[in-house]
Design a protein around this ligand. Structure first.
Ligand SMILES: NC(=O)c1ccc[n+]([C@@H]2O[C@H](COP(=O)([O-])OP(=O)(O)OC[C@H]3O[C@@H](n4cnc5c(N)ncnc54)[C@H](OP(=O)(O)O)[C@@H]3O)[C@@H](O)[C@H]2O)c1
Length: 345
């Protein structure tokens, strides 16, 4: 049956690969996309990704708009920000009203978070025996409570497991997403952040010494994972609620030191950086982001995507091309779209 999907973050990098898969798998659905700054050009780009997309003008801080949309949608997908609690709170408020209005047929919420929940907060240092986390048996209560994303994720799981007016909740935790995107935003979020610093400093840098590492995933494989989980949820076969936590990762792990060295070398070869390689960034860059930055960008996050593997998900694009191999193309795309990075949490 055709469904209405309320979508937050449609103009983002990941969404550029997810929206066409929604159109492929559920061509009758309508997508109502919250978009700030809906210029005719951006709207046309979005409708090229999904022909049945309607723009709802609004910002993540427009709680009444989000509540109203979430209260009437069949499905909400949020890949806007894993750290914007006010928009998640408004989404959950709308979804609770929605669930109350249709007992026995609760709405589905698919939220995109990140592996920051399992950071070991190691401040860029070497660690001998890092912990590997599986998503099967994972409880958010086992994560270091000050880690990023948990502020939103815990209430989502609570809404997905409560007795009264429960919703159906699924949270996807991507590793480091790479590849040139297909949508309005072509550049992955972390590259925009580090490019911005590199241009300001004249070199590529790390939080601390950059020995910290995480799993990587090509954006096309992650989009297919999200589509697969959605198909399963609609068939009633997906793990949800307390079990609805999915690491979107491949087994390939890369350190921040290694990829920032590649970035520094490439920017140097183009005359953009003043020196090749990478080195620790100074206090005036890293300290303003405080614990948030150290935890997210200076910690190890070693995940095993056991739940997706159990569903038969594979990662052909990631197997074909590594992050390091595609890094120059990603940097070129970022240089073409020279918008400064704006921190939104
Ligand atoms: N990229 C990664 O490697 C990675 C890894 C792990 C987790 N994640 C998470 O995955 C999600 C998607 O990442 P991404 O790389 O696709 O992010 P992105 O490219 O930065 O996309 C963010 C989207 O959210 C929208 N947005 C941000 N602030 C908004 C506001 N105040 N009002 C309205 N819309 C707003 C942006 O709209 P505009 O176009 O108007 O800016 C854009 O559509 C995020 O939650 C991110 O934290 C990403």
């Amino acid at each position: 049956m055709p469904q209405t999907i309320f979508y937050l973050g449609a103009t983002g990098y990941l969404s550029g690969d997810v929206l066409p898969l929604l159109a492929r798998d559920f061509p009758e659905d309508t997508v109502r996309a919250l978009v700030r700054n809906p210029t005719p050009a951006r709207v046309a780009q979005l409708q090229a990704l999904h022909p049945r997309l309607v723009v709802v003008p609004g910002d993540l801080n427009d709680a009444p708009v989000i509540v109203e949309e979430a209260a009437t949608a069949d499905i909400v997908i949020n890949s806007a920000s894993s750290d914007h609690w006010p928009s998640v709170r408004a989404t959950l408020e709308g979804l609770e009203k929605n669930a109350a209005a249709r007992p026995g047929s609760p709405p589905l919420y698919l939220h995109v978070s990140g592996c920051g929940i399992i950071s070991d907060n190691i401040h860029g240092e070497k660690v001998e025996n890092p912990k590997f986390w599986s998503d099967i048996g994972l409880s958010l209560e086992d994560c270091e409570p000050t880690n990023t994303h948990l502020e939103s994720d815990k209430p989502i799981v609570a809404a997905g497991t409560r007795k009264e007016n429960p919703i159906r909740s699924i949270i996807v935790y991507p590793g480091q997403i790479y590849g040139v995107g297909n949508g309005v935003q072509k550049t992955t979020l972390w590259l925009r952040i580090f490019m911005d610093y590199a241009k300001r400093l004249g070199y590529a840098g790390t939080w601390g010494r950059g020995f910290n590492a995480q799993n990587t995933i090509h954006v096309k494989d992650l989009a297919e994972a999200i589509a697969m989980v959605l198909r399963a949820a609609r068939d009633g076969t997906a793990d949800e609620g307390a079990d609805g936590l999915y690491f979107g990762v491949t087994p390939t792990i890369l350190s921040y030191g290694e990829w920032t060295r590649g970035m520094g070398d490439y920017l140097y070869s183009k005359g953009i950086a003043k020196e090749p390689g990478s080195k620790p960034m100074p206090e005036e860059i890293v300290e303003p982001l405080g614990h948030y930055g150290w935890s997210l960008l200076g910690g190890n996050m070693f995940a095993k995507g056991d739940r997706l593997a159990r569903m038969g998900w594979t990662h052909p694009e990631s197997d074909k091309v590594t992050l390091m191999e595609t890094l120059p193309a990603m940097i070129d795309a970022a240089l073409e779209d020279d918008k400064p990075y704006v921190h939104i949490s």
